[in-house]
Write a protein that binds this ligand. Structure first.
Ligand code: PRP
Ligand code: MN
Ligand code: MG
Length: 193
């Protein structure tokens, strides 16, 4: 496997832009949750970098919890189908808690739509969302996002936690891969058949 940079076609959001957004958002969160008992819930795996960054940038105490959710059916696919799979549930009670869900990206919106409703139905006192990226043109369901990130076009992006076939999560910026990295829909169906 060649160096990660050689797989990249172009950068979409730089390391600096990510840092700027995290910093601005952290100031808002620190103010809004002043005196409240904040719990951040990161949606694994994609949100691991965003969680690390935002949790270190806020200036208030925060409890950190993880939940692993997948919305993509196969492995080598770039399309979500709305089927939510909980790979690992939260290990704590959310009743009466102020929750901030930390996500890397909103695509169809199915993951967040499901999770917001789920945490509310478990009795959370409040549930808000911070998502680093938003592919607004791809929304199938609407999600109320209190702390929005960068709106990006409908290109399949990797980096800062986001993967393609479980690779590229360790890139420190958001980028688009060279087109020959992605299997086409037809190839994908052929593979899984
Ligand atoms: C990706 C991404 C979001 C979700 C967004 O996760 O990290 O969690 O999809 O898509 P949606 O708005 O269409 O639901 P994925 O299912 O690939 O799991 P991962 O985080 O482990 O990569
Ligand atoms: Mn994810
Ligand atoms: Mg993924």
């Amino acid at each position: 496997i060649a160096d990660i940079e050689s797989h990249i076609d172009h950068e979409l959001v730089s390391k600096q832009q990510i840092e700027d957004l995290i910093q601005k958002t952290a100031v808002r969160i620190s103010k809004d949750y002043q005196g409240k008992d904040l719990m951040m819930v990161a949606v694994l795996k994609g949100a691991f970098n965003t969680l690390a960054a935002i949790s270190q940038a806020v200036t208030i105490p925060v409890q950190i919890e993880f939940m692993s959710i997948s919305s993509y059916p196969g492995q080598k696919t770039t399309v979500s189908n709305g089927d939510i799979t909980v790979r690992m549930d939260l290990g704590c009670d959310v009743r009466g808690r102020h929750i901030l869900i930390v996500e890397d990206i909103i695509d169809s919106g199915y993951t967040l739509h499901w999770l917001v409703n789920e945490l509310k139905s478990r009795g959370a006192a409040s549930v808000e969302v911070f998502a680093l990226l938003d592919k607004t043109v791809r929304h199938e369901v609407e999600v109320d996002v209190k702390y929005p990130g960068y709106t990006i076009p409908d290109e399949f992006v990797v980096g800062f936690g986001l993967d393609y076939d479980e690779q590229y999560r360790n890139l420190d910026s958001i980028a688009v891969l060279k087109s020959d990295e992605y299997l086409t829909q037809e190839q994908n169906q052929g593979e899984s058949a």
